[in-house]
Structures are given as structure tokens and as C-alpha cells.
Design a protein around this ligand. Structure first.
Ligand SMILES: Cc1cc2nc3c(=O)[nH]c(=O)nc-3n(C[C@H](O)[C@H](O)[C@H](O)COP(=O)(O)OP(=O)(O)OC[C@H]3O[C@@H](n4cnc5c(N)ncnc54)[C@H](O)[C@@H]3O)c2cc1C
Length: 402
């Protein structure tokens, strides 16, 4: 009987781990199944571009995994039961359950309203493809009006900055405002902050600082100081959280739903469950939680894959690097900021701005897409057999979906 590894989510983290496991474990011993809601890979790093009106590549996952031995199941995960070691799924055929001996949870994150009234009903976001496309439709309809329209981007984290500048550059007929809770780009170095302000001026983005949004309505937002800001499209970028599936299943999670893991990305409550990417609450080598980011997806994914292979084959588990090197921020298609951070996650004084940064960011996006599209990196298999005591398929009365 084979050891069944089920990978939930084929985003940046899940695809990488599935590919690495397929390369390193013998297919005679381990069966790897990836479950993903969409049939194609969504480049989340570029969803603000999609919203602004650009097309982004979306490789079919069936092609990505072809010839790797990885089984793909296109279905929405609805529940995880770590006691019975099954995952419940829904799809057009009704779904079913999938049993596992090892589970890798990499379902990513979604937008979080932090309890602000009206966000769910009235705000747009760019955290997933459907919501990015809804925003795009709205921007299209505003663009057709003679008087244009106003777009209010709430949140000056990286996603908010990228979204506001991208929309302003792509749709100069719209008036774009970026609402920041404190000073604009507070986590950047002084030089990078000043570069950002200059780019916002050039693109005509109005910056509203020290403003806290308390409610979102259909045509305006209300701030804590009583100010009402008119808005034809409010884009909420002020937070991300992990869906409830892990928490409902009984896994130990943080307040915002991230699975608490140890240094090897193993759930602290359920030893045969691993998490990586946005879904994992992992502590970096500097003692601080790793931020939700593509870089963290890579580092946590690598550690999870090493730990799974090590435990199943009886090999050593190395502590791989868990760091956050810095921010690569696009400011439209022709500008950007690369801001390196120090060991304490504080911005270093040096930054790279302008076209060079834009080119480097474009390169990073290309490399990430290539890596996801080639999850086994085209390398010959370095397959290892499972240790004799590695658990194999158990008879638990589980209906395994076809
Ligand atoms: C607009 C935008 C710009 C960003 N820019 C940057 C950036 O420049 N740099 C950076 O480091 N980070 C950036 N990020 C953050 C980055 O995208 C995430 O940190 C990264 O995608 C996390 O990878 P992941 O594999 O954990 O999750 P994801 O890439 O989100 O993958 C999760 C996968 O799980 C699937 N899934 C989710 N729920 C279910 C379900 N119930 N059933 C089945 N499948 C499901 C999804 O379809 C998806 O395929 C950006 C995010 C956004 C929204």
C-alpha cells in the first residue's frame, strides 16, 4: 500500500511542495494528489494588473503536472477531518472524500475586513481572481462615463500601493485616492518613501494619510474623524486572513486562521499535517512571524518538503532558511521599489527605485511563473524509498473520490 500525500492548494506554495515531493520520493511508495479549486494556476502576485485591465498568463494545472506522477483533483476543499485523516471536497460531480497519511495545507488567504462595516457588501478587492475581475468590470463601466469616476484604495500596505498606482497608470481618466492609516509607506526607508510619494504625484494618485476607515457604503467611505469620502469603487486591501477550514477541523490556528506550525512546518496539534505559504503561522529565523508573501511561500514550502521527505524516509531533517529578505513593489509598469530589510525586518536605508526596480520585479514575476510551471524543475528524480515504518493507506472506511 502506498503512503498517500494530499496537497491542498496549487498556489505558489502547494505547487512547489508537490513538485519537490514528486522529485524526491519514490512513486512506488508514495502517491501525491493535489486538490485545487481552479483548473489553472492563478498568479496572485499580478491580480492588481488583472484588475487594472491587463491579461495575465494562467497555465493549466493538468499541463503543469503532466508527466510528474502527481494526481490533480479540481475541486473545492470544504472540510478537513484530521482525526479520520480525510478531506471533504465539492465539485460539479458532487465531490467526495480523500484519505491521506500526510496532509500539506496550502490554501492561501483571502481578504479580511477586520470587522469594518460594509466591506463585504460594498468593497472590491484583488485577493482572488473573481474579485479582481469584478473590480475590472466596475472600472470598465466607470471608464465609459463622461465624468469618469473615483476609486478609493483603502490600505497602504504593498497590495494597496501596487493597486492604486497600477489603476492610476492604466486608467488615467479615473481619479484614484490611496488611504493610509499613518504616514504613506511607513515601513519603507526615507528614500523609498519619498520615491513613492513622487510616483503617486506623477500618476495623479491623491494620498490621504492618518485616516482610519470605519465603514464602507455603496458610494462613500466614512472615516473615524467623521470625514465622508465619495467613492465610485472602494478597493479594500487592508488585511488578509486564512479561511475557516483548518480551524473548524480542529487544527490549532491563530486569531486570523493561520495554522500554527513548528520549525519544520508541522502542525503543533496534528503531527501528520503540515502547512506552508499564507496558511502557515511560521516563525522566521529572526524570531518574528513570517509575513504572508510569495517569498515566505518558497521558504516555508522548502522546509515543509524537506521535513516530509526526511520523516518518511528516515533521513535527517535540515533546518532550511526561514527569512524575509524584503519588498519588491511595482508602481505601475514602468516604476517600482526594491526595499531590502535587515534581520529585524526593518527597512534598510538603501533601496532601488524607478525603471531598474520595475525590471527586476518583472523578472521576479517571470521566475515565479516559471517555477510554478515546472514544479519538478525538470531535474532527474532523486527518488528515495520510504522507511519501513512509514504509515501506509489505512482501512478507515473512506470513500476515495475518483
Ligand atoms: C494583488 C496581490 C499582489 C501581491 N504581490 C506580492 C508581491 O509582490 N510579493 C509577495 O511576496 N507577495 C505578494 N502578494 C502575496 C502573495 O500573492 C501570497 O503571499 C502568495 O500567493 C501565497 O502563496 P500560497 O501558495 O500560500 O497561496 P495562493 O497562491 O493564494 O494559493 C492558494 C491556492 O489554494 C486554492 N484554494 C483556496 N481555497 C481553496 C479551497 N477551499 N479548495 C481548493 N482550493 C483552494 C487557490 O485557488 C490557490 O490556487 C500579493 C498578493 C496580492 C493579492
Amino acid at each position: 500500500m502506498k503512503h498517500r500525500i494530499v496537497v491542498l492548494g496549487a498556489g505558489y506554495a502547494g505547487t512547489y511542495v508537490a513538485g519537490t515531493l514528486a522529485r524526491r520520493l519514490s512513486p512506488a511508495d508514495a502517491e501525491i494528489t493535489v486538490v485545487n479549486a481552479e483548473p489553472d494556476f492563478v498568479q496572485r502576485l499580478r491580480l492588481h494588473q488583472l484588475a487594472a485591465g491587463q491579461e495575465i498568463e494562467a497555465p493549466q494545472l493538468a499541463d503543469v503536472f503532466a508527466g510528474t506522477g502527481i494526481r490533480l483533483r479540481v475541486a473545492r476543499v470544504t472540510a478537513v477531518d484530521p482525526e479520520r485523516q480525510v478531506v471533504a471536497m465539492a465539485d460539479a460531480d458532487g465531490g467526495g472524500e480523500l484519505g491521506y497519511e500526510t496532509l500539506l495545507y496550502a490554501l492561501g488567504s483571502h481578504v479580511a475586513d477586520h470587522g469594518v462595516a460594509g466591506v463585504a457588501e460594498h468593497a472590491f478587492d484583488v485577493s482572488g481572481r473573481p474579485s479582481a475581475l469584478r473590480l475590472r468590470e466596475r472600472l470598465d463601466s466607470l471608464g465609459k462615463r463622461d465624468e469618469g469616476g473615483s476609486v478609493l484604495v483603502v490600505g497602504d500596505g504593498l497590495t494597496g500601493i501596487e493597486t492604486a498606482t497600477e489603476i492610476a497608470e492604466a486608467r488615467p481618466g479615473l481619479s484614484v485616492t490611496l488611504v493610509a492609516r499613518g504616514e504613506l509607506g511607513a515601513r519603507l526607508s526615507a528614500g523609498a518613501r519619498s520615491h513613492l510619494r513622487h510616483v503617486c504625484d506623477r500618476l495623479g494618485v491623491t494620498v490621504l494619510e492618518y485616516a482610519s476607515v470605519e465603514a464602507v457604503e455603496a458610494t462613500r467611505v466614512l472615516c473615524a474623524d467623521g470625514t465622508a469620502l465619495a467613492s465610485d469603487a472602494t478597493v479594500w486591501t487592508a488585511g488578509f486572513a486564512v479561511g475557516p477550514i483548518a480551524a473548524v477541523g480542529g487544527l490549532e490556528v491563530t486569531e486570523n486562521g493561520r495554522i500554527v506550525v513548528d520549525r519544520t512546518m508541522r502542525s503543533v496539534s496534528h503531527p501528520n499535517v503540515y502547512a506552508c505559504g499564507d496558511s502557515a503561522y511560521a516563525i522566521g529565523d529572526n524570531g518574528r512571524p513570517l509575513p504572508m508573501s510569495c517569498a515566505s511561500a518558497g521558504y516555508t514550502g522548502r522546509q515543509a518538503a524537506d521535513a516530509i521527505v526526511g520523516r518518511l524516509t528516515g533521513g535527517e531533517i535540515a533546518n532550511t532558511k526561514l527569512v524575509y529578505p524584503g519588498n519588491h513593489i511595482s508602481l505601475g509598469r514602468r516604476d517600482g521599489i526594491l526595499q531590502m530589510v535587515d534581520d529585524e525586518a526593518q527597512a534598510q536605508p538603501k533601496y532601488v527605485g524607478g525603471r531598474t526596480a520595475a525590471r527586476i520585479k518583472a523578472g521576479i514575476l517571470r521566475i515565479s511563473l516559471w517555477a510554478v510551471s515546472h514544479p519538478t524543475f525538470g531535474l532527474p528524480r532523486r527518488t528515495r524509498h520510504l522507511a519501513p515504518d512509514a504509515p501506509a493507506e489505512r482501512a478507515v472506511g473512506v470513500r476515495v473520490a475518483a
